[in-house]
Design a protein around this ligand. Sequence first.
Ligand code: ADP
Ligand code: MG
Length: 399
Amino acid sequence: MNIHEYQAKQLFAQYGVAAPKGCAARSAAEFDTALATFPEGVIVVKSQIHAGGRGKGTFTNGYQGGVKVAKGKAEARAIAEAMLGNTLVTKQTGPAGRKVQTIYFDTASSIEKEYYLAILLDRATSRPVIVASTEGGMSIEEVAAKTPEKIIKVRVDPAIGLQDYQKRQVAFALGFNGDLLKQFGRLITGLYNLFWEKDCSIVEINPLATTTEGQLIALDAKVGFDDNALFRHPEVAALRDLNEEDPKEIAAHKFDLSYIALDGDIACLVNGAGLAMSTMDIIKHFGGEPANFLDVGGSASREAVTEAFKIILSDPNVRGILVNIFGGIMDCDVIAQGIVAAVRDVGLKLPLVVRLEGNNVANGKKTLAAAAAELPTLISGDSMADAAQKIVERVRLAA
Ligand code: ADP
Ligand code: MG
């Protein structure tokens, strides 16, 4: 789960990570109250969306920049009005962009130099890794591609935590000494504690900046959390902004279905993440494009299968469905009955290929065959390859 910059900065404040003082507003009516918390002077106006690259982004109505500097409150208000409710397209949003529904007014800092600092999970070593660079403000992927020597990585042993020598190692690589070294020590300690205590998958500051007044301060903030640990942090779960999430993914979440929307037209409904991945692969292998990843889990109920069909069908791009179920503990006949009931429930018109394998598969196939007469779009597939070929072919014929 991701949160907005303004929420991330609230967490930073709790952990002693220095950031400019700011105030968020969700409607034009809130702009004046938010701006009243600032002294007269320069204010940075920042669109809040779950994507980076806002500074260089463009709104679909042509307005330039999702992060802008205003000379005073009147200008800040005007900029905020131009941003709110409009759709911002950045390198990270894709062409559809994201509608800006919250504005963050931020105290302007006089930047001396920008740096990059992040902590994320290094899957290879199963450890938190600090990633830092003197090349801040730009995308770290670009730095990694062009000047990889300018990125330093320090892995932390979670059993003993972040050590002072590691903090100095990163600080020296960034060229900090004197008071900046002390400030960096406090900042990285707070950032690591936040990462660790809140079960984050990433905390990223880009840019971390030194100011002309000699301060070290987080100008941007990105924090992502491990969904599997959210149950331990209700206060974090409360930060969820459903406006930023795909409604299909939200519905799937309610029924414990793992669903991710993709760009293709063949929907798949599968039990088990590995089988879901290979199902997407085999659809592609036979020339089709998967419309989603959908894992109904090991013990999908009839309700969950029905809900899965509804979610799939709410995607206007879907032209056919491939159900690929391996009955290990689950009984294939129960699944077949569930599928038939779900197809009737939702009144399915699109081609549907069902491939069942495993426990009680013979009876499962009988159930499908018996229903075939009244469900003409239902086709049985024998192997994965057979099923994938059939659905790709049907979708092609229909088109
Ligand atoms: P994004 O990464 O989405 O473009 P940032 O928060 O990094 O958004 O803002 C873009 C740029 O705007 C930053 O690289 C920084 O130069 C500038 N900026 C952002 N916040 C402030 C601030 N509070 N004071 C001064 N400059 C800022
Ligand atoms: Mg940034």
